[in-house]
Ligand binder design. Structure first.
Ligand code: WQD
Length: 359
């Protein structure tokens, strides 16, 4: 059993990852400021997890920008964590364009704060929640980890900045292997995980994606149209250079993503000081129209739509080459689009208002 700090543990991917780690027998402290998440998600996680897990999850309300909150988290963990999984951050591309400094503050200054706390408390194993957004408009599809990092929005810039911070930390040891690790050059074990498009929900329908306000992402918007909460889906562009003219993305089930984090932790624990950079995607792209059709089939509801102008900053095509994660972690995304739609619909149908719904 390992002792793990999960920042942003109440969020969409964080809560699903907490569940997977509890089921694997680990002990967790979930730190979250609940600015874009609800503590209810972690209460649901405990309701789903095995009864014995209840004693293995402690929740602390706090902000990664607050050194005292981080000290509290480390002391709540008994003063020593075997690893940190760092989800806490802001993740809306649109919002990042409107409020860039908030993104640099939370995502970059917050991450720097966390790393200082990790060094202070002698923890040097980190899984970082990065994003395919760092690739910007990719030159080649599928996208390998060797593709240029060329973000095109403030959100992507902040993810790339934290990735660079981690690379600089890791290089202080890896390049100087001849030099024994020391207090100044501890043996960092880092995994930078670049998510493609996380969607769906735990099959129980009890935890899922709970966006604040009108969703900017496709899946939650389609779910709300299917439920009748919104009249129609606006499809951003029907003239993309794709088979049906609509945008293609690599959707990955959130449970596959959560399991990928456990696999990354296990690879780091069993490996040398290193930095892994891995795409977490399925390597299979679906167009907007294909998603609409699959969701209608899974939900039995119709999803009316209208074509509108392209969304600024959108790329026509984004699909991962996930083979490196397969080689390094022995992990592959297993769940298909039908399961993503079925599980996402089970959550949305039973939680029209997300965690603010009764039940
Ligand atoms: C998917 C497709 C849209 C909404 C974003 C972030 C990325 C990651 C995942 C955090 C595109 C189309 C969408 C709508 C539409 N988040 N669409 N109508 O833009 O690939 O990625 O979320 O890491 O960082 O950039 O996802 O779901 O917004 O769009 O037609 O109302 O659906 O044009 O082709 P995206 P998305």
């Amino acid at each position: 059993m390992a002792n793990v700090l999960i920042t942003g543990g109440a969020g969409f991917i964080g809560s699903h990852t907490c569940l997977v780690l509890l089921e694997a027998g680990h002990q967790l402290v979930a730190l979250d400021n609940f600015a874009t998440s609800s503590p209810e998600s972690l209460r649901r996680v405990l309701a789903i997890a095995p009864p014995a897990a209840k004693a293995r999850l402690r929740v602390l309300e706090g902000d990664i920008r607050d050194p005292l909150a981080l000290d509290q988290a480390f002391s709540l963990g008994g003063g020593r964590f075997d690893a940190v999984i760092h989800f806490a951050g802001l993740k809306s591309v649109d919002q990042s364009v409107r409020e860039p400094l908030s993104y640099w503050d939370v995502n970059v200054a917050g991450s720097r704060n966390l790393l200082s706390a990790m060094i202070k408390h002698h923890c040097h194993t980190l899984v970082f929640s990065s994003s395919a957004t760092v690739y910007g408009h990719p030159h080649h599809i599928p996208i390998a980890e060797s593709a240029p990092v060329q973000p095109i929005n403030p959100y992507g810039h902040t993810k790339a900045a934290v990735e660079q911070m981690l690379a600089d930390l890791a290089s202080t040891v890896i390049e100087n292997q001849a030099v024994a690790p020391s207090a100044e050059r501890p043996p960092w074990r880092i995994a930078r995980l670049r998510y493609f498009n996380p969607v769906g929900a735990h099959p129980s329908g009890r935890i899922g994606e709970d966006p604040l306000g009108p969703p900017s992402n496709l899946f939650p918007f389609v779910s709300q149209v299917a439920l009748g909460q919104r009249p129609a889906l606006r499809i951003f562009g029907a003239d993309w250079p794709t088979p049906d003219g609509t945008g293609i993305r690599d959707y990955i089930h959130v449970m596959d993503l959560a399991e990928g984090h456990l696999a990354a932790l296990e690879a780091l624990w069993n490996g040398p000081a290193q930095m892994l950079t891995l795409n977490l995607g399925r390597g299979r792209g679906y167009s907007v129209l294909e998603v609409v059709k699959a969701f209608e089939q899974a939900s039995g509801r119709s999803v009316p739509f209208q074509f509108v102008a392209r969304r600024p900053g959108d790329a026509p095509w984004s699909v991962a080459d996930p083979s490196e994660a397969g080689r390094q972690l022995g992990w592959w995304a297993r769940r298909d689009l039908e399961e993503m739609c079925r599980d996402g619909w089970a959550w949305q149908r039973s939680h029209p208002q997300g965690y603010r719904s009764v039940g």
